[in-house]
Design a protein around this ligand. Sequence first.
Ligand code: UTP
Length: 428
Amino acid sequence: MTLPTADTKSNTMERKASEKRLTKVEAEKLLAQYGQEHLLRFFEELTSQEQDQLLNQIADTDFSVLKQLHKDALQKKGRISPIRAMELPEIQEIKEELTALGLEAIRQNKVGAVLLAGGMGTRLGSDDPKGMCDIGITRPVYIFQRLIRNLLDVVDLSGAWIHLFVMTSDKNHKATVNFFQEKNYFNYPEEYIHFFQQEMAPASDYDGKVYLEAKHKIATSPNGNGGWFSSMKRAGLVKLLHQEGIEWLNVFAVDNVLQRIADPCFIGAVLRQNCKVGAKVVRKNDPDEKVGVMCLEDGHPSIVEYYELTRQLRDTRDEKGDPAYNFGVILNYLFHEPSLEQIWDRELPLHVVEKKIPYVNEEGEQIRPKEPNGYKFESLILDMIHMMDTCLPFEVERNREFAPIKNKTGVDSIESARRLLQENGIPL
Ligand code: UTP
């Protein structure tokens, strides 16, 4: 097998060297189109290097996302109907067959893994990348370390290394790459780990005025997890997929420390059902649990968010008498790469999310708000599901595969994840 050379490895992908691409007058004109002239408020006070930096950032920023603020908050859904999931008893019966199929694909190097780690993890409240969070009790156990360990389980079982692609953002790229280097990639071969950066979107106040994070810097936030494949393309990594013959990508979130990555049984199930995407799902805890559930929308796979689930949908039953919309997604998907090639440049809906955004005020003072003070704009991976022709919702046992860390305390926190890890016999 040919391994990627240092050149094709995108962990070295740094921001383009700055050469000035806009004059001040051009920037003023561009900003005026979007009502954002205030971003040049401190321009005359800046050093010439800072001025260039700001002008370049203005050139790179997609201000058109602000149009989203004037649209209806909820996108209109199409006709919703139930989708059949592969449930635990059925999986149990054919587990060996599915696992063998999945292992064969892994050994043929057809499977890669994509870790989405570009989010800000604001709910956890640390400035470090979420994956650097230490969840150990008697020894350090970092989230990244746990995820790599989970992937190593499959490497051990299959005897094949799996390429891991790690998405970061401008806010956490350096810290993430440095951390992996410092920890010697948690004993994963460095040449199988590829970092790439997602794009950023401007963050605005409630009136749609973009904040300045510093006098020479627009406040931006990562543009959501929906752009992961186009960011991989931009980073030149899709070439590597083709070179290596990778046909399936298991995309997963940084915060679920219990999830199985490149799970042979899941891969085998998606292959056997001949679907373009698979989604790991868990049975809902209760009908009102705040989780997006799988469905068909106008005949295509889709996800109804909990706030879109009407009472009527919630109470619909299937032929067995079970709730018809009962399987929540856990952000662990297996995508067919050639199918992604067909949809990657289609526009995804943008979601407007309220956030705490640090900024400089009119007096030039740095403010770190304690409460949300504006919006960020995100595209979401779940909207990609609707662009695929077929999807297999694949049920997993909640207590064995779902321990997300979102909050500091309480539900989906380090404490709750620790409990679940210990329940699964993982020493902390
Ligand atoms: P979340 O929806 O939990 O968002 O991300 P977040 O930004 O990490 O956390 P909060 O809401 O600020 O507390 C789900 C997954 O998608 C990734 C995250 O890193 C996580 O793995 N993600 C999210 C990105 O990779 N990029 C983004 O822009 C947003």
